[in-house]
Design a protein around this ligand. Structure first.
Ligand SMILES: [Cu+2]
Length: 171
């Protein structure tokens, strides 16, 4: 009886933490926003969800221009950017599902590969970020395992908060 109650509380904790925890994606990882970074391969290892943020970190040589279309992205047409940032630590919030395009507007940099295309998915999407799966047959098992592990910390935290709350009521 009490065990069931605790399990229920734990599940509620997981659901709550999923709503609250948004991920911050540092664009390009350790290399940051730079010509030498392979942004296609970086982006393919990430899952971008509604509510997450992108953080571009770069030197004053660079900047960030958001492009409005796939063709602008392909042609590096940074002149028609919809938004420009140059503070060296630009935060972009992913507020809705869909594809967004970014490039460096410094002459020649976009052509050298300094551009990024990302697709934001719904925040309830179940696919797990940056979890390589060894074989296709074990995909579902390993994905749920990884999700479980990443939720463990949040679960413990939520559990402790709720437990102390219950103790206050009962004692
Ligand atoms: Cu640049």
């Amino acid at each position: 009886m009490e065990t069931n109650m605790l399990l229920l509380v734990g599940c509620v904790g997981i659901l709550l933490s999923k709503q609250v925890l948004a991920e911050q994606h540092v664009v390009g990882g350790k290399q940051g926003w730079d010509e030498s970074t392979d942004f296609d391969s970086w982006a393919s290892g990430q899952t971008f969800r509604v509510g997450d943020t992108l953080v571009f970190k770069y030197s004053p040589l660079h900047n960030v221009a958001e492009l409005g279309s796939e063709s602008d992205y392909k042609n590096c047409d940074v002149g028609s950017a919809t938004n420009s940032m140059s503070d060296g630590n630009s935060v972009v919030k992913l507020t809705k599902e869909g594809t967004r395009y970014f490039a460096c507007a410094t002459s020649g940099h976009c052509a050298q590969g300094m551009k990024l295309k990302i697709t934001t998915v719904s925040s309830s999407s179940s696919s797990s970020p940056s979890t390589p799966t060894s074989t296709s047959t074990s995909t579902s098992t390993s994905t749920s395992g990884a999700t479980c592990a990443s939720d463990l910390f949040a679960l413990v935290a939520a559990f402790l908060v709720i437990l102390s709350y219950l103790m206050n009521i009962l004692c």
